[in-house]
Design a protein around this ligand. Structure first.
Ligand code: PAF
Length: 278
């Protein structure tokens, strides 16, 4: 195996040239492999981090059960052309413990949608990503569009805090029936797996109604979810930067619990009708 595994900040020093980083929590699937393949030509050294970040899980969430598949993960990194896997201990990432920390405040964008459901989540995500940027010092970092709000917040953080990292988003990778790939899909029972396709189908139903505006999009998406007996935490139509939708480019975002896992999905839309003759 040619992937090098490093666990400390000191071992990360000494790579010549540009660095691309793909941050992950492990339990790697084809979606992660696509992120790595996308990142591979962007820099001389490709680093993937594998760290299940405790601060982005609230009490009662699945931190201790989060799937840990170390050997398979290393094989996937190898297959995707990763040079270095950075797999730090909790004490490396949180030298002052988990409570006594300087944390990144995600601001108002972190309080809506996922932030309303999981109020401490983005604080933990942004804090660990800022630490990874500080430790790995990447020129470019690649994240999936499946976690669309996370991607928007990381972009905003990099810009606001002048972190000098180019944040790149990659399209969501889907199973053959449309289900967005996620490490948590492995929690689905066979029956839940069948119903989980409701999210991507609701996105398509919403997109098909986009000419009639945001209310029609929401109504179509909600109706499709109801066909599968899936009750969403939210179905939101926003502008691409998660503000109020006006006309034209927009985003449809859905979160729903299907059995144990909470699933997220989203897609781009164009709201309204094109002017006649255009
Ligand atoms: O998307 C993820 O897997 C995590 O939220 C991230 C970005 C690796 C931070 O822990």
């Amino acid at each position: 195996m040619s992937v090098r595994v490093v666990r400390t900040a000191a071992e990360l020093r000494g790579f010549d040239g540009t660095i691309a980083l793909v941050p992950t929590m492990g339990a790697l699937h084809d979606g992660h492999v696509q992120l790595m393949k996308h990142a591979r030509p962007l820099a001389e050294t490709l680093v993937a981090s594998i760290f299940v970040n405790p601060t982005q899980f609230a009490v009662g969430e699945d931190f201790s059960e989060y799937p840990r598949t170390w050997h398979e993960d290393l094989e996937r990194c190898e297959e995707a052309g990763v040079d270095v896997v950075f797999a730090p201990e909790v004490a490396t990432m949180y030298p002052h413990g988990l409570d006594d920390q300087v944390m990144v405040d995600p601001g108002p964008l972190g309080a809506i949608l996922e932030g309303e459901q999981r109020p401490t989540h983005f604080r933990g995500v942004l804090t660990v990503v800022a630490k990874l940027f500080g430790l790995v010092r990447p020129d470019v970092a690649v994240f999936g569009e499946k976690d669309y709000q996370q991607l928007a917040l990381i972009r905003l953080m990099a810009e606001t805090l002048c972190l000098d990292v180019d944040v790149v988003g990659c399209p969501t990778v889907r199973e053959a029936d449309g289900l967005a790939m996620s490490s948590r899909n492995r929690y689905l029972t066979p029956d839940e797996r069948t119903r989980a396709v409701a999210l991507s189908q609701a996105l398509d139903a919403g997109a098909a109604a986009s000419a009639d505006g945001p209310d029609a999009v929401r109504a179509a998406a909600l109706a499709r979810l109801a066909d599968f007996g899936v009750e969403p935490d939210y179905v939101a139509v926003t502008s691409p930067d998660l503000g109020s939708p006006l006309h034209g480019a927009a985003r449809l975002l859905i979160a729903a619990r299907v059995g144990k896992p909470r699933l997220l999905d989203n897609r781009a839309l164009t709201l309204g009708r094109a002017p006649e003759g255009s």
